[in-house]
Write a protein that binds this ligand. Structure first.
Ligand code: PEP
Ligand code: MN
Length: 360
């Protein structure tokens, strides 16, 4: 063996030793991550990193510069932190890694997430008994059972219509019972959760409240299904952590709803993050909805965005319907009227993406 070959052989064997040591280091970092998770301690510890770097540099005898050694070890620290993150994600209850099979949320006799897409429809806000009844009647004739309507409205301006409150929930319940339907309504305050479960079949947690942790915990402490909407500037990871708040309190009946995120685009009210749908389906076992009304804020693209959502794997679509949108007390410009809704429904059905079968 010549000299070069000899040296290369030594290098190859050192590479293997470095790899073995790195793997061992990675495993220990994972163990530390688990302990820190149990203790509720932050994984990133800059003081400890500084100590390790100083110690390593003090022992450095060359030929590498201190700055080079520091750079290499910083990369190792970073990769170890990533490993800990992965490990924590694996541990999430909402994660596929924890539960491989899809969660099917049962809303009365309607299964959500079992392979047959569903439609949630109804007015943005509950305004009157007649208004809700007109929409419910039209839906019922089409075999649709999931009726939405906001009784507590988290409005951007305090001067806008704030909803009818409990009176609104009463209206929804009365109408839903008449037609054998189920209601989905937003609750904005943790103190109202206990009261709300006497009225609603699904508690909605709105985009503006996605990180209202006390509300999430309160919704996790009851058995009523929850529809959690993605915050308008929330990452997918933050969205899943919000869902984890609910599930970790014991309520496993959680559905996720992509409702558009805020971007620089002005021609839609929000930007529908269609890629969130397959990512959520991949990462989590929870059912996923697409709210086309709030995502787009435009009547003219409700149908293509609903189709896109279902084609991307969504378990359901949410849409706002009002008997006379022009006089609606909220979201007047984006709700559709009943004939427009029936047209939307028939086109969605003929696309083959939504069940053509009437459920009644
Ligand atoms: C709603 O669905 O009534 C609503 C207010 O939507 P979001 O929370 O997504 O804005
Ligand atoms: Mn609305």
């Amino acid at each position: 063996m010549n000299e070069l070959e000899e040296l290369r052989k030594r290098l190859d064997s050192i590479n293997v030793q470095i790899l073995e040591l790195l793997s061992e280091r990675g495993k220990i970092a994972q163990e530390i991550g688990k302990v820190k998770l149990k203790q509720g301690v932050n994984r990133f510890d800059p003081v400890r990193e500084r100590y390790m770097l100083d110690q390593i540099k003090s022992l450095n005898q060359g030929p590498f510069e201190d700055s080079t050694i520091e750079h290499i070890f910083k990369q190792i620290f970073k990769a170890s932190l990533e490993l800990q993150k992965d490990d924590n994600r694996k541990a999430l209850l909402v994660s596929r890694k924890k539960q491989a099979e899809d969660t099917v949320v049962q809303i009365g006799d309607v299964p959500v997430g079992g392979g047959t897409p569903v439609l949630i429809a109804g007015p943005c806000s509950v305004e009157s008994y007649d208004q809700v009844r007109q929409v419910a009647e039209a839906m019922s004739k089409e075999g649709l059972k999931l009726l939405r309507g906001g009784a507590f409205k988290p409005r951007t301006s305090p001067y806008d219509f704030q909803g009818l409150g409990v009176e609104g929930l009463n209206i929804l319940r009365e109408v839903a019972d008449e037609f054998g339907m189920y209601i989905i309504s937003e609750i904005v305050s943790p103190q109202d959760i206990e009261m709300a479960v006497d009225y609603v079949d699904v508690i909605q947690i709105g985009a503006r409240n996605m990180q209202n942790f006390e509300l999430l915990k309160a919704a996790g402490s009851v058995n009523t299904p929850v529809l959690l909407k993605r915050g308008m500037s929330a990452t997918i990871e933050e969205f899943l952590f919000a869902a984890e708040y609910i599930v970790s309190k014991g309520n496993k009946q959680v559905m996720l709803c992509e409702r558009g995120i805020r971007t620089y685009e002005k021609w839609t009210r929000n930007t529908l993050d269609i890629s969130a749908v397959p990512i959520l389906k991949q990462e989590s076992h929870l059912p996923v909805f697409v709210d086309v009304t709030h995502a787009t804020g435009r009547r003219d693209i409700l149908l293509p965005t609903a189709k896109a959502g279902l084609a991307a794997g969504a378990d359901g679509v949410m849409i706002e319907v009002h008997p006379d949108p022009a006089v609606a007390l909220s979201d007047s410009s984006q709700q559709i009227n009943i004939p427009q809704f029936l047209d939307f429904l028939s086109k969605l059905r003929s696309s083959g993406l939504f069940s053509p079968r009437k459920e009644r």
